[in-house]
Design a protein. Sequence first.
Lengths: 324, 442, 279
Amino acid sequence: MSATTTTPKTSSPGSSPAGKTRKPRQAGWWLPYALLGPAILFELVIHVIPMFTGIWMSFLRLTKAFISNWGKAPVTGLQNYTVALDFNSAVGAGLLRSFLITCAFTLLVVGLAWVIGMAAAVALQKEFWGRGFFRTLFLVPYALPMYAGIIAWKFMLQKDTGAVNHFLFDNLGLGGDKPFWLIGDNAFWSIVVVAIWRLWPFAFLMLMAGLQSIPGEVYEASAVDGAKPLRQWSSITLPMLRPVNMVLILVMFLWTFNDFNTPFVLFGTAQPPAGDLISFHIYNASFLTWNFGSGAAMSVLLLIFLLIVSGIYLLVLNRRSRRA
Amino acid sequence: MKIRSLAAGAAIAALALSTAACGGSNSSSSSESSSSSGSGGGGSITYWASNQGTSLDNDKEVLTPQLEKFQQQTGIKVNLEVIGWSDLQTRIQTAVTSGQAPDVVNIGNTWAASLQSTGAFMPFDDAAFKAIGGKDKFVKTALDTGGAPGQDPTSVPLYGLAYGLYYNKAMFAAAGLTPPTNWEDLVSDAKKLTSGDKYGFALAAGSYTENAHFAFINAAQNGSDLFDSSGKPTFTDDGVVNGIKRYLDLMQTDKVVNTSNVQYENAVKAVNDFATGKVAMILNQNNADNSIVANGMANDAYGVVPFPAPAGSKTDVASHVAGINLSIFDNTKNKDAALKFVNFMTSAETQTALGKPFSSLPVLNGATPNFTDNAEEAKTFSDIYATKAKPLPLVPAEDQFESTVGKAMNQMFATIASGKTVTTDDIKSALKTAQEQVAAAG
Amino acid sequence: MRETTGAKSFRIVVLTLLSIFTIVPVYVMVTSAMKPLADVQGAFTWWPSSVTFAPFIDMWKTVRLADYFVNSLIVAGSATILSLIIAIFASYAISRYRFRGRTIFSTTVLSTQMFPGVLFLLPLFLIFVNINSTLGIQLVGTRLGLVITYLTFSLPFSIWMLAGYFDGIPHELDEAAKVDGCGPMGALLRVVLPAARPGLIAVAIYSFMTSWGEVLFASVMTTDANRTLAVGLQLYSTQTNVYWNQIMAASLVVSIPVVIGFLLLQRNFVAGLTAGAVK
């Protein structure tokens, strides 16, 4: 991540090195720190300190009996972790299943949201009548408050009163019984579709912004060479969007893997196993059993996994881009 | 480096000055904070009430005159917040965790032993009982739900509730049926009443608390307990497994329940089906009365009988001892005022005043139920409460029984509704998982 | 340059399918909000058989929607303003100065995006409780607590996006302002900020939407006094009846300010992204 933030060499050549060496001395060394002060304060209070507290909690036996006086909770070392990672036990098996479901969910959602977002961005790349309309329309799911969109889907996915079954069975005339979409195995497909609906406009937005920074002459030059649209896409668009894609896919991966809102609003207290995403799983495990130490341990495991995946991702991509 | 950044932090003020120095423009920030009504002052206490009436606002309307009366009598102001059931448990949890709690709170009485084990609630010792009018004023069954046996209870009963089998008189008469007195009759009646879009029965099959209650009641009818004497879960007992199977089979093999009921996340939805004549029977606590009438069904159009056990059962348990209890948070700064308030809420006068709007059974000895004008219904529920109700296990892990077994049953109903079969073995293995979860959480 | 037929049919297919996918939930929301209760409880129909605006009136009574609306407005508005100010200062520092700890700061701030919310939900709650008992600032169950939580949630992305945007503004402009006698803060206010207007709007939109839509922390940190729409909307389904028409009407009404604001300012948002994040 740092790779994308610490290379701001966009200003006109010559001026920035000069500015760099002169300014700090004039304005005082403390100025940047003072400017960062409020941000550091809030990050510490809201993000960093709670996270370390959470890690510490994961080593405690923080159950119902201690929660009202959590300072007195006994330290149990790694016990919360061994329970969570013992996949033969009910707790570990539940966590593993939830993790695998979340992996499948994330792959599908990020992959499809990217493909759809890319298709829309490319379709709207060239000027044509009505382009602005479509661009605005496609941003609606992103602009809607998260819960409002999901609640609308929840209504559509009701068995007897929902639009989805009405469309499939009454309009298209599919035979058989109307299925449930929010319980049982179908819950997985429901949550995948809803999550894609929420996410793809973001991919579209980023890719569209990225496409705008590709100069039109590049395409004209390749068109003169006789390149077909598909070839143009793979030889020009995709490589030029590389920096965007690198960030976009990582951000979408993290958001999707940590997604709590979609299952929470879509399923409420029902929690079908097929839609048991990991954040939702940990939340329920903590609040239903009051075992916050165990919940913290599961969260730390999740964090470690995300750190490893993101680390490998950035490492591989950075190495490849350096070679290129 | 550290000292430097400290100094840098101190320089923020200077920064603001340098901003202003340059010119006219300035940026002002306004942060909004609401003044919260703290529970500190000597003359006031905070009370969290659960949702008993038809809506949160309805609860407020019902309770406010009583609280004003209390203020007139004692000079203590009560700050009321009514909390819906979906929130109440989380809110109590966060209050326990943070110590930022109200003085007095409503709890579902089945949570009593679980909440007691957090140590966050005030035990009612002899002195405390004296302050609220003595132990003897309460019905013993109700008082027993106040906490684990052998300890001073941390809650006292406020509203009494019990399950009953509600049936639609007109539908029964049209089919030439009389209300069932055993399980087998219940099933055969329900089958006769199921045709077209009418069903014999509606269940809150998506509500884990309702499901857990019926796991308990059906198991109790089979003579099985959920926890052994040492507090270990015994969910995989045959009596429990078969009891759950019997309940599931209403949808699975008897097909007297619309599979859509799996989406009923609370009992109210089943009640609505009953009140609008879509189903002939429901199992509900006596507080269903308000909703039934509110949905346009007259009070004399339905009858109530005890939830029947199978013929030849060991016991005729028809309900758990349901109800709402009052607890005082241990860290309250207004203990005397809180006790006075508990005394007031459990006084005969207040109980009578609240019995009707909240359709609750009296928890006081010698009180007559007034939640309904229908004498027969009142008698039926009083009998169930007094003689056919068994308390849910009074152990710290009770809440986890409700969440693990109840949720497992949600899934079983979901499986059935999507056309698959749940066998006795499936139930047993799901209960084994639930049992392990309860053990691991301990 | 002429478009090939392949490209054109690709465009038509993609735009048609995506328009349907996008619009159907919104269409269902709008039409269901105008149906009587009996209609939303029966089989679904694409076209309302009878139109009523009663749900738009009744929804204010079923739950205390107006209060939640006000809470959400105050919380999201305050969080946006504060977050924007803090992000401006921080991004300016990152963009214009080279100092020790700069990389560590950017990396740490961005990596907070990785933290699972469930991990620091309870600890944050406990920290708020401790702040209350030591400093006497009430953060649990108040709007203030939500404001500082939400402003921090939007900080990382805001700082990152704005820093990128500021990088694109030539340093000569700062220098020119300083020649005119302004300090570095004057240069920021007078020169950099006006030039960065699309970026600022983009960040403000992002912050507002983040705060307006947050569910997880709202579900634990709010009480009756500070409940936001994210939690308030769920209360419709705990009522004695499931008023789907009112739920849809309420969803629609709470969406309107954000959607209109976003769609009006979307050009700025895209421009902000183009110059900032996407580089």
